[in-house]
Design a protein around this ligand. Structure first.
Ligand code: GDP
Length: 426
C-alpha cells in the first residue's frame, strides 16, 4: 500500500519530520517531483539535517530511498548531500534512481540566474536551482533522462543540437558566454560515474514491491498552493505538488495511493513572491518568525527569512481538497504557546463579498482576511503524548480549524523530534 505525505499550503509545513516519522514503518520512500529548490529540515538521533534531494527516509537502515522519474535530479547536489549524511554517521542509505528521471543540466542553473537577472524586479523569486528551465526543457522534449548517459554517441549528438539553440539565447538575449559541447559531455560522463550503481527501472521495482506487500511512502515537496495547475499561478513551482502526481512521478497505479497525509502548519509561512492573504508584518511577524519551526522560519535551501502569517482556513481547506486528504497532520503547534490570543483567517473578503472558497490569482490578490481570534493556552505543550492532556484552549484551536477545513486532523506535531507527535483516533 502507498501513503503520500504532501503539503496543504506553500511548503515548509513540516513534511520532512512527518515523513521521517512515518518512514519507521515503511519499506520504501520515494521522491516523485521537484528538485533541490526546496528543503526539508529533519531532527533525529543523528543530528539536524537540511535535505534537498535525498528522500527523508535515508536515516533508517531498513528503508530504500528512491528518486522517481518525476524528479529534477541534480546529480552533483544529490551526491554531495549523500556524502554529508554519511559523514555525520548515518549508515550508507540504500538508493535507487529512476532511469527515466531527467537531469538538471549545468546550463539550467545558468539560465535560471540569467532569466531572473533579465526580469529584474518582475522576477518570480526563483531559488535559481535551475528548476523552471529544467521543466521547460522536459516538456519542450529537449531534456535528458538518466538512461541517456549510457549511450554516448547519441548523447553527444543530442547535446550538440540542444547547445545550438541554447547558444542563440545566450548570445542574443542574455549576452553571456556560450556553451561548449565537449566540456558539457565531459561533465555528463562524471555524472554517469556517480549514478551508474543506482540506476534502475523504478516503476517496475515499485510495482513488484507492491505485489510483495511492501509499504511505500511518497514524499511531496512544497504544497498545493505551489502546484502549477491548482496553485497561485504564476507564482508556483514547475512540477505538480499534488499526491495524484505521485502516481505519475513514481510510476505506480493511482488507486494504490490509499492514504494521503496532508501536512498543515498551525500558522502560515511562505517564501518567494505571490499573494499571501493572512500575511503579517513588523514586530508581530518577527516574533513568530523567531519562534517558528525549530530555530526560526528561514528557508532550508536559501536561508531567506520566510514571510509569516496566521493560519489560513480558506487556503488550507482548498489545499486539503486538492490533495484528497485522508488525514491531516497539524504541525508546529507548540510554537503558538506564547500568544494570549491567536488570530485565524476564516474567510476572504473580496470586493465586499465574503467567501471560504479559494479563488483564482487575480481575485486572490484583492482578498482581505476575515480574522477570528481564539484564546491562547499560554504554556509549553512539548512532551505531551495524549490528546486529552493538551490544554483545553489548545484542543479548541485544533478542533476549530478541523471544523473549518473539513478534513480530520489525525496527527498533531508538538515539537521537531520524531517522537513529538500526538495521534488522534478519528
Ligand atoms: P518541510 O519542507 O515541509 O519539511 O518543512 P521545513 O523542514 O522547511 O520546516 C519545518 C520546520 O519545522 C523544521 O525546522 C522542522 O524541524 C520544524 N518542525 C517540524 N515539526 C515541528 C513541530 O511540531 N514543532 C516545532 N517547533 N518545529 C517543528
Amino acid at each position: 500500500m502507498i501513503k503520500a505525505v504532501v503539503g496543504a499550503n506553500w511548503g515548509d509545513e513540516g513534511k520532512g519530520k512527518i515523513t521521517d516519522m512515518l518512514a519507521e514503518k515503511a519499506d520504501i520512500i520515494v521522491r516523485f517531483q521537484g528538485g533541490a529548490n526546496a528543503g526539508h529540515t529533519i531532527v533525529n538521533d543523528y543530528g539536524k539535517f537540511a535535505l534537498h534531494t535525498l528522500p527523508s527516509g535515508v536515516f533508517y537502515g531498513h528503508t530504500t530511498s528512491v528518486i522517481g522519474n518525476g524528479v529534477a535530479l541534480n546529480i552533483p547536489v544529490f551526491f554531495k548531500e549523500y556524502n554529508e549524511v554519511v559523514s555525520k554517521g548515518v549508515p550508507a542509505p540504500k538508493i535507487l534512481i529512476s532511469d527515466r528521471a531527467q537531469m538538471v543540466m549545468p546550463y539550467h542553473i545558468l539560465f535560471d540566474q540569467y532569466e531572473e537577472e533579465r526580469l529584474g524586479g518582475k522576477s518570480f523569486g526563483s531559488t535559481k536551482s535551475g528548476i523552471a528551465p529544467f521543466y521547460s526543457d522536459k516538456y519542450a522534449k529537449i531534456g535528458f533522462q538518466v538512461n541517456e548517459l549510457f549511450d554516448e554517441d547519441r548523447l553527444k549528438e543530442k547535446l550538440a543540437s540542444v547547445c545550438e539553440t541554447k547558444n542563440v539565447l545566450l548570445e542574443h538575449l542574455y549576452h553571456k558566454p556560450l556553451l561548449n559541447v565537449d566540456e558539457l559531455f565531459a561533465e555528463l560522463m562524471e555524472y554517469k560515474k556517480m549514478v551508474a550503481p543506482y540506476v534502475c527501472d523504478v516503476s517496475l521495482y515499485l510495482n513488484n514491491a507492491l505485489k510483495e506487500g511492501k509499504e511505500i511512502l511518497l514524499e511531496g515537496q512544497l504544497g498545493t498552493l505551489k502546484d502549477p495547475d491548482h496553485g497561485i499561478y504564476p507564482m508556483v513551482t514547475s512540477s505538480s505538488t499534488l499526491a495524484a502526481y505521485g502516481a505519475i512521478g513514481a510510476g505506480v497505479p493511482p488507486y494504490e495511493i490509499q492514504k494521503i497525509v496532508v501536512v498543515s502548519k498551525a500558522y502560515s509561512s511562505a517564501v518567494g513572491a505571490g499573494a499571501f492573504v493572512s500575511e503579517i508584518f513588523g514586530e508581530e511577524a518577527d516574533e513568530l518568525r523567531r519562534r517558528g519551526g525549530d530555530g526560526g522560519e528561514y528557508g532550508a535551501t536559501t536561508g531567506r527569512p520566510r514571510r509569516m502569517g496566521w493560519y489560513d482556513c480558506v487556503a488550507s481547506k482548498y489545499g486539503c481538497r486538492l490533495q484528497g486528504a485522508t488525514d491531516v497532520a497539524f504541525t508546529v503547534l507548540d510554537v503558538l504557546g506564547y500568544l494570549d490570543e491567536i488570530p485565524v483567517c476564516v474567510a476572504y473578503d473580496i470586493d465586499g463579498e465574503i467567501t471560504t472558497d479559494f479563488p483564482t490569482t487575480a481575485k486572490l490578490e484583492k482578498a482581505k482576511p476575515v480574522i477570528e481570534k481564539l484564546p491562547g493556552w499560554k504554556c509549553d505543550i512539548r512532551g505531551i503524548k495524549n490528546y486529552e492532556d493538551l490544554p483545553e484552549n489548545c484542543r479548541k484551536y485544533i478542533e476549530f480549524i478541523e471544523e473549518k477545513i473539513g478534513y480530520p486532523i489525525t496527527m498533531v506535531s508538538n515539537g521537531p523530534g520524531r517522537n513529538d507527535i500526538i495521534y488522534r483516533n478519528k
